[in-house]
Structure formats: C-alpha cells, structure tokens
Design a protein around this ligand. Structure first.
Ligand code: SAJ
Length: 422
C-alpha cells in the first residue's frame, strides 16, 4: 500500500505535535507554516515552543525523513488545518487564518482528498466557510472530497500524551467524511473515537472550554465572597469537593491561554441574547487581574515609589505560553498605577518587565506576587528572598507556596481567597 501523505497547515502548539506524531506513525508529512522562521527551525529538527517531549519527537521525525516543512502547501492525500482562531478586538472569532489556509490548499485538491479542520471554530465553519472554498474547483463533498472537524482537546504541558490517549470527537460534513477522518485518527489515537456531524463537533469543542471557564468564574467569585466574609476559600473547596457530585475549580488571578479565555466568546458572538451566563463568566474572569492589582496597590499604598516583584508571566504553571496571560495584565495595570514592576519567569524568554534572574526580580521589592504556579517557585528559599527584598511581603494568588515557610522567614503573607490571611 502506498504511504499516505499528510499536509499539516500551521506548526504551532497543535500542528507541530500532530505533524510529528503522524510522522512517527509512518505518514509522509509536510508541515506548512507561513512564517519562514518556523518552517526553517522545524526543518533543522528544532522547536520554537516549549512542550515536554516535543523536541525529541520532532528531531526523530525530521531525521527519519517523514517530516519535511515548507511555507506553502503541496498536493497530499490529507490536509489538516491547525491554524490559530484568535479573538478580534470586538470579541469575535478571527477566521482569517482558517480562510487563508483553505484558499492555499484549494488549488491542490484532487478527488479522494480529506480535509480536516482542527482549529477551534464557531458552529457552521465547515459548512459555511470551508465547504464553499474547497469545492470551488468542482469537487463534490462526500463523493470526491471529504471534510471533517476534529477539534484538538489536548492540554498544553501534556500535549503528546493527550494527543494519543484522549477520546476524540470527529464531526463529518457527512457520514463518509467522518468515516475517512476516523480511519486516520484510529491509526494513532488510543482513546475512543466518537463520530458525529461537523456542526455538533464544533459545538462540543466550544462547550468544553466554556464549561471550564464558567466553573473557574464560579471559583473566582466564591474566592472574592470568601475574602469579604473572612472565610478561607481553599479550605472550603477542599471540604466541598468531598461531596461526590461537586468539583469546584481553583480560584486565581484570571484565565489566560488561547482557548478558555477566547472560545466562550464564539458562542456569545452568535447569540448574545441567549449566552448570558457565558458572558458574565467571561467578564468575571477578565476582572480578576484588576482585583489582584487592587490588593497589591492597597498593600503598597503607604510607600513612595513602591516596587512589586511578580513571579510568573505564563498563563499557567509549567508552560512558556504568555498568550492572554493574566500575569501580563497585572503587570501592565500595576505599572499604570505607578508601581515599579519586575517579573521573573524561568519558562519565558522575553517580554516587558522581565528580569533575567530571580535575584534581579526580587532585589529591593516591597512585595512579591505569585501569579503562575510554576514548580520552580516552590524551590525558592524564603530566607534568601527576604534578604534581597526591601519588605518581606508575599501575595500568593494561586495558593501555591508553603506559607508557613514564608512566614517563618519573616514574611507577611496574603492569599487570594483568604479573607483572614495576613
Ligand atoms: N485556571 C484557573 N482555575 C482552574 C483551572 C484553570 O484559574 O481551576 C486557569 C489557568 O491558570 C489558565 C486558564 O485557566 O490561566 C486555562 O488553563 P487550563 O489548564 O484550564 O486550560 P488550557 O487553556 O491550557 O487548555 C484548555 C483545555 N480544555 C479543557 O480542559 C476543557 C484543553 O483540553 C483544550 O485542548 C485547550 O483548552 C484548547 O486548545 O482549547
């Protein structure tokens, strides 16, 4: 049997792992990225993003000859679109990259091809945006061209394992398309493969992330209630979650990343009158950086030229991704309020306010604010931190550190969600 050729469009957090896993499973893969730097980096077996295990996998895929890269697509049996679908300034889905990816493959399509959309997209994207572009040259859907939505569901930080182990939802524009896509994913997915329509798969993906956003909003709202009531949110959650049907989420400085803080808006965009809980949850989570800023400002109010040292710029623990990160919002808001800001993040290599070392970040600080729960921060020696800082104050917005150890080193400790914690 001839080797199946796959063209993956977009070599980001989803496209690159997918391309290299396919290459490892014996497919001939062309990874396409319009950024020449990305295509060139991957072609050398290197990676431009941080993800455990990915470097090894990409190097092996390139060395085996199964993964090549380019800035333009070429004819293939299967095309996988894994490009970003960010938000516009007015909270709508920016579908430009998906549209351009479809336009770029349209001239290469031939009978028997399968096109898969992995990018998170508003309901109706396959039918209303992709189908008209892909059938322009006369190919008929379900007869000589197959189209499916297979939303990615992997968690940054665990992408390679989840790509293989997670259950996968496959939505075909018709039954033939779903079946073709099922066969492709069945060759490397160990989880269950669940087939449905393209529109349902589009909705499934958006609802998964909306579910999480709404639950995080509830956690954040409850944490604020606890602060006002003088109750410890974290103890409350630990006890409430002993109930078999309750799973309260973690409160924090807000929701970042390119998924959960974005996708719910795709539903609000389509039906603003109906999607009221979803919108309120988004607004609650988006307001968390301002809450953190307010607490820090109040704590530093008695000082001239206060210095705040922020730990963490990434949107969540143990990743290097700063997209939509609440930490960046906190840094900008504090700076705008006249606080001198330094930030330290061992995973993030560039960005505003960034210090090269922990010491440079903490020197002369009046308050250290933990914004991302990176594992490295648990190894900080509070006694050493106290020596570097001007005032020994810790504000932990993730309830991630060993507060007793910090108190023992002379720190005054505040914790998001703890009303009585001074
Ligand atoms: N967060 C909280 N409290 C929590 C959980 C998360 O404040 O209890 C914050 C995190 O700190 C972070 C944000 O929410 O800022 C999102 O982090 P996350 O780990 O919940 O999710 P993502 O964005 O890294 O990945 C999500 C996943 N979706 C779900 O878990 C439903 C992943 O499976 C999806 O593939 C991904 O979105 C995506 O691409 O859509």
């Amino acid at each position: 049997m001839e080797t199946t050729t796959v063209c993956v469009l977009g070599l980001g957090y989803i496209g690159l792992p997918t391309a290299s896993v396919l290459a490892a499973y014996g497919y001939q893969v062309l990874g396409v990225d319009i950024a020449p730097g990305v295509a060139a980096t991957v072609a050398c077996g290197r990676i431009h993003i941080e993800e455990p295990g990915l470097q090894t996998l990409v190097r092996a895929a390139v060395q085996s000859g199964n993964l090549r890269t380019a800035t333009q697509p070429e004819p293939a049996d299967v095309f996988i679109i894994a490009v970003p679908t960010p938000l516009t300034d007015d909270h709508r889905a920016e579908m430009r990259h998906v549209r351009e990816a479809a336009e770029s493959i349209a001239p290469h399509l031939r009978p028997g091809n399968l096109v898969i959309l992995e990018s998170t997209s508003p309901p109706g994207t396959c039918a209303n945006l992709l189908a008209p572009i892909l059938t322009r040259n006369g190919l008929e859907l379900e007869k000589d061209l197959f189209l499916a939505h297979c939303p990615e569901r992997v968690l940054p930080g665990k992408i390679l394992r989840e790509l293989i182990e997670n259950d996968r939802v496959i939505g075909g524009i018709g039954a033939q398309s779903a079946e073709r896509a099922r066969q492709l994913y069945a060759s490397f997915v160990e989880g269950r493969i669940l087939c449905t329509s393209a529109a349902t798969a589009e909705m499934v993906k958006l609802l998964e992330n909306t579910y999480r956003d709404v639950n995080i909003a509830l956690a954040n709202e409850a944490a604020l209630l606890c602060e006002t009531l003088g109750i410890d949110y974290w103890e409350t959650v630990a006890l409430a979650n002993r109930h078999p049907r309750v799973q309260l989420h973690q409160a924090g400085p807000g929701v970042g990343g390119h998924c959960i803080s974005v996708d719910p808006w795709f539903l609000v965009e389509q039906q603003p009158e109906q999607a009221r809980i979803i919108r309120t949850a988004r607004e609650r989570n988006d307001a968390m950086p301002a809450h953190v800023t307010k607490i820090v400002r109040e704590w530093l109010a008695d000082l001239d030229q206060p210095n705040a040292a922020l730990l963490g710029l990434a949107y969540k623990a143990d990743v290097d991704d700063t997209r939509e990160s609440p930490a960046i919002a906190v840094a900008a808001q504090l700076e705008a309020a006249g606080v001198n800001v330094t930030c330290y993040d061992p995973h993030v290599k560039q960005g505003l306010f960034r210090s090269e070392t922990l010491e440079a970040c903490l020197r002369e600080a009046d308050c250290v604010v933990l914004l991302t729960g990176h594992a490295e921060f648990n190894a900080i020696d509070p006694a050493q931190a106290a020596q570097w800082m001007r005032r020994a104050r810790l504000y932990d917005t993730r309830n991630a550190l060993d507060h007793n150890a910090w108190r023992a080193a002379g720190f005054e400790v505040r914790v998001l969600g703890k009303g009585n914690a001074r």
